[in-house]
Structure formats: structure tokens, C-alpha cells
Design a protein around this ligand. Structure first.
Ligand SMILES: [Zn+2]
Length: 70
């Protein structure tokens, strides 16, 4: 399924191998650190935000470590 801005606000049921997500709302979220956008069901939007958060925390950690060495 492909989601566009036209789908925002839709309530959908999504069936996957690992389970069925019922009454999921389609939302648009963005990462406040790199401004990447995501349109899709809330449970995926949460994963998108968590992954960006994990990545940017890693990025920050690496940068901090470089500063400590230099
Ligand atoms: Zn990001």
C-alpha cells in the first residue's frame, strides 16, 4: 500500500504476517532533526520516529566522541 497526503486522516486495517492492525489512522510525521517526512499508519510512524531518534542519537554520540579525541 502506498500512502500519499490524500490518505492523511484515513482509518485503515492492515494485515501482515505478524498480525492485523485495525483502525489505524494514517498520519504524517516528520523528524525535527533532519526534517525527513513519513506518511503512513501510526504504528509505522512511531517506528519511523524511533529509528530517526536512534540514528541521530548515534550520530551525536559519534560526534561527541570525536570531540573528546581531538
Ligand atoms: Zn531524522
Amino acid at each position: 500500500m502506498e500512502y500519499t497526503e490524500e490518505n492523511i486522516g484515513d482509518i485503515v486495517d492492515i494485515k501482515t504476517d505478524s498480525g492485523s492492525y485495525l483502525q489505524e489512522r494514517i498520519v504524517m510525521v516528520y523528524c525535527e532533526l533532519c526534517s525527513a517526512n513519513f506518511i503512513g499508519p501510526i504504528n509505522r510512524a512511531g517506528a519511523f520516529l524511533a529509528r530517526h531518534d536512534a540514528f541521530h542519537q548515534w550520530e551525536f554520540k559519534i560526534e561527541t566522541r570525536k570531540d573528546m579525541i581531538a
